[in-house]
Design a protein around this ligand. Structure first.
Ligand code: ADP
Ligand code: GN1
Ligand code: MG
Length: 389
């Protein structure tokens, strides 16, 4: 049994169902049976490095003899409480994108996600213990990176995330369900953080005194963007809200970002937050969970490459104010993410999948170090984004 110990996938999340490997495999088989895959099941393996869902690559031998691959995911029902609404969002967004891509003579099987329905025509399957499973066509001949390998890939990911937002500019935002309420409402995240510090249910706050102080000293920054949005100075757009580098698939032949994935959090949001979350993850010289903090810093070359790509992808649709606030978007997303990792550490690792003791605290520390570095490089960040106004 696993819960806090390492499970069969080498990772843990306290809230996860305690299950043996055999029990888990039987659930996977149940899902495979229910979903309308073609052909004969061959095998499956754990896939990717997302922090939220359980993702598997699954292979089938088709009647014609070829092997077809799919992505199968056990959705995280503790985080996404309403799978019907979640899948409705994904259906509506991907249908909308497919329509546009087909009008642009693009490849609708590779340039957006395609859900595989269950045999009884549903977008996901609920297994006998209530866990929800969904499947997508696997987009082959692509890579997704956990770390930027070169400036060009990062630039291309910027083009794709900017373009994604641009394609959805005329999508009916009112039709979207809020899959995680207040997802990027930084002041609300700050309140949750303060509560976790106060309650300190795991007795871990003493390990993180410096980090707690760091965040409290920046309390006044937390609400800046939300206030500007409320005042009508920043427009609410349909945004992705989780624009980290491994949520984009890069075509191995062309090097272009071909498909934006992980659409669970597509909701009305701020363009500068989509931009900022990518900078947080990709323009950091170190990995999100690097322990050696001397390696953590903002790479201004990468920062510029992404800025250029994102703005090109947005196709001139951002306002002057949005462009002016790009550095603030980057700083706030980094601070918010650090605060979320710390909150999760304090409450006992219930949200983000961890792979070692103290993993969320390590992740928090890289984010806060990056915030500090951004504060030092603030003028350069402003100069760079200023070039594109
Ligand atoms: P999480 O919400 O846990 O981050 P994702 O939906 O991002 O889950 O999927 C995890 C990883 O699986 C991605 O980073 C990517 O590497 C891979 N992946 C997901 N969907 C596809 C797909 N349709 N084709 C190819 N790879 C995919
Ligand atoms: C999660 O799902 P994934 O791994 O792409 C999280 C993001 C965080 C990110 C930090 C739904 O992203 O908000 O920024 O981890 N997604 C959700 O790495 O909470
Ligand atoms: Mg992901």
């Amino acid at each position: 049994y696993r819960k806090q110990t390492s499970d069969m996938h080498g990772s843990t999340r306290k809230g996860e169902l305690a299950m043996t490997r055999e029990e888990y495999c039987s659930k996977i088989q149940e899902a495979i049976e229910a979903i309308g895959f073609r052909g004969e099941y061959l095998d499956h393996c754990r896939y990717g490095s997302g922090h939220i869902n359980d993702t598997f690559l699954i292979r089938f031998k088709e009647p014609e003899g070829n092997v077809e691959r799919y992505i199968l995911q056990r959705m995280n029902h503790e985080i996404f409480k309403n799978p019907d609404e979640l899948m409705e969002n994904i259906y509506n967004v991907t249908s909308f994108l497919r329509d546009k891509i087909s009008k642009m003579h693009g490849d609708t099987k590779r340039e957006t996600m395609n859900v595989i329905y269950t045999k009884d025509g549903r977008p996901y399957f609920k297994d006998s213990i209530g866990a929800c499973w969904r499947a997508y066509l696997f987009v082959g001949d692509t890579m997704s990176f956990d770390k930027v390998e070169n400036t060009k890939d990062f630039y291309e990911s910027g083009v794709s995330f900017g373009h994604f937002q641009n394609l959805l500019a005329d999508f009916d935002a009112a039709s979207l369900h809020e899959t995680i309420p207040d997802f990027h409402n930084t002041p609300v995240r700050y309140e949750a953080f303060l509560k976790a510090v106060k309650e300190d249910i795991c007795g871990r706050a003493k390990e993180a005194e410096a980090e707690i102080r760091f965040l409290m000293q920046r309390e006044k920054d937390m609400g800046i963007c939300m206030e500007l949005q409320r005042a009508g100075e920043l427009p609410l757009r349909v945004t992705h809200n989780d624009t980290k580098l491994n949520n984009i698939l890069i075509d191995t032949k062309t090097g272009k970002g071909i498909c934006v994935i992980d659409l669970d959090t597509v909701m009305p949001g701020l363009s500068i937050f989509d931009y900022g979350d990518s900078i947080r993850f990709g323009a950091n010289r170190a990995a999100e969970d690097e322990r050696d903090l001397t390696k953590v810093s903002l790479d201004l070359k990468l920062f510029e490459a992404y800025t250029k790509g994102f703005l090109e992808g947005c196709g001139g649709s951002l306002t002057e104010k949005e462009i002016e606030l790009l550095p603030m978007g980057a700083k706030l997303m980094t601070m918010e993410c650090g605060m979320r990792f710390l909150t999760d550490y304090l409450v006992g690792d219930t949200y983000f999948r961890i792979h070692r003791e103290g993993h969320n605290l390590d992740r928090c520390r890289t984010q806060l170090k990056l915030v500090e570095d951004m504060e030092q490089k603030w003028d350069s960040m402003k100069d760079i984004t200023g070039k594109y106004r």
